[in-house]
Design a protein. Structure first.
Length: 170
């Protein structure tokens, strides 16, 4: 705290830079990355990024990554399944948006398909119908189009949305 020209206390705020301390010890890095993977499911690209931020040499990073995979701390399939379940249940995302985000995390197409198989078709359709019902009643065509666009942004296909709309109306 500093005193200004008028004798009034003023605070100087500086942006705090959050940065990870560099770890040069392999055992410390091993403990930290295991905790990171144990906290929640992680994909390989997230763990690679975290290992890069530790400051370890590339060969040590590769060895740790291989160790995590062989010991079961890291599994792309398990991550994809958890990601699909979580995003659909908590945020109401559809298949398209979930697939897009998994591809951005460099998850293989096979693991994405295994993850999407976690979605129960009936609960998937119920979620879409419930989301559409929240935006009703549509008094104008524009309101209906806005609701359709919102569902498309959530990751549902046009066909799925039209089916849900006809189910709601009839």
């Amino acid at each position: 705290m500093q005193t200004g020209d008028l004798g009034v206390a003023c605070f100087i705020f500086t942006p705090m830079a959050f940065h990870r301390e560099k770890v040069y010890d392999l055992e410390t890095a091993r403990i930290q990355i295991r905790k990171y993977c144990t906290y929640q499911e992680r994909c390989q690209s997230e763990v690679e990024e975290r290992l890069r931020s530790t400051g370890l040499v590339q060969t040590a990073q590769d060895d740790l990554l291989a160790e995590l995979i062989s010991e079961g701390f890291l599994s792309e399939e398990r991550f994809a399944r958890a990601f699909v379940r979580g995003k659909h249940r908590s945020k109401g995302w559809g298949r398209v948006k979930i697939t897009h985000h998994l591809k951005a995390k460099r998850i293989s197409a096979h693991c994405i398909q295994l993850g999407l198989s976690e979605l129960d078709p009936e609960s998937y359709f119920q979620t879409l119908t419930a989301l559409l019902a929240k935006s009703q009643p549509w008094t104008t065509r524009l309101e209906e189009q806005t609701a359709t666009a919102a569902m498309q942004r959530k990751g549902y296909t046009w066909e799925e949305i039209e089916t849900a709309k006809s189910d709601l109306s009839g």
